[in-house]
Design a protein around this ligand. Structure first.
Ligand code: IPD
Ligand code: CA
Ligand code: CA
Length: 259
């Protein structure tokens, strides 16, 4: 089945939401936390999600949509999966690294994914079976073959108290890799693995909207995605490892101890 119409819509919607975020960036925002102190949402998040939902509803009124801010609306064996603003903390601080993520899943498999970075005007696109692209040009993962030469990136889930998650893997992979970053937008981190800017990414507690599009973009760029044990990625399973494939086993060797 060709997904051309939905792919075009995903691209248009991600760009439109990104444009909205760009105009709100650095201006007054209504910010509140969602339960946990560090889990922020702004009126720009909700506006961007409403915009994407409206664009989908206009063209495909019967499609189910899962969005971070409004949850799941509709039912069926297919659904859109949206993160209207991935990197809200960055956004609220004026740190220009955030994205819009739009994916479409049919019969349990993500078939298309789009991630848009409005500050760099980079549109990452993947369709199952086709090479991933950035602004129309094919992208591919890096050729770094050794973990010790790898630039790694990770993320930390909103912290609710108790033992902070991900510190032990962070420490160990910091020693094993060449260098380590925390950039604050999982969807974009995945696209940077897909385009060879990072060699691998991992994070312990993500949601489907953070990774649905980005994981497909990594796979279709020649990379590998899995859970911490090297098994199939479960979108709502939380733990993800994404890499250029070559250093995946090295990542798993460490992360399986934290699965
Ligand atoms: C967050 C970002 C961040 C990751 C967090 C996510 P949000 O998403 O992807 O990089 O470390 O775990 O919650 O809340 O900005 O959409
Ligand atoms: Ca997110
Ligand atoms: Ca979000």
């Amino acid at each position: 089945m060709a997904w051309t119409e939905r792919l075009t819509l995903a691209e248009r919607a991600a760009r439109a939401a990104g444009e909205l975020l760009r105009t709100r960036f650095g201006r007054h925002l209504l910010i509140r936390s969602k339960g946990v102190r560090s889990n922020l949402v702004t009126d720009a998040d909700t506006q961007a999600e409403a915009l994407v939902r409206a664009m989908i509803a206009r063209q495909f009124p019967d499609d189910a949509v899962l969005g971070e801010e409004e949850g799941l609306r509709g039912a069926g064996s297919a659904r859109w999966i949206i993160d209207p603003l991935d990197g809200t903390t960055n956004f609220t601080h004026g740190y220009p690294f955030f994205s819009v993520s739009v994916a479409y899943e049919a019969d349990g498999a993500v078939v298309l994914g789009v991630v848009y970075d409005p500050m760099r005007d980079e549109l990452f696109v993947a369709q199952r079976g086709e090479p991933s692209r950035c602004n129309g040009g094919a992208i591919g993962v890096s050729k770094t073959a050794q973990l010790r030469d790898a630039l790694l990136v990770t993320g930390f889930p909103p912290f609710a108290g108790g033992e902070p998650p991900n510190l032990a893997p962070f420490e160990e992979l910091m020693v094993r890799g060449q260098a380590l970053r925390r950039d604050g937008s999982a969807a974009l981190d995945l696209c940077y693995v897909a385009s060879g800017r990072f060699d691998a990414f991992w994070e312990p507690a993500l949601h489907a909207w953070d990774i649905a599009a980005g994981a497909l973009i990594v796979e279709q760029a020649g990379g590998r995605v899995s859970d911490y044990r090297g098994g199939a990625l479960v979108l709502d399973g939380g733990q993800i490892v994404a890499s250029n494939r070559l250093i995946h086993d090295g990542m798993i060797e460490v992360l399986k101890n934290f699965a």
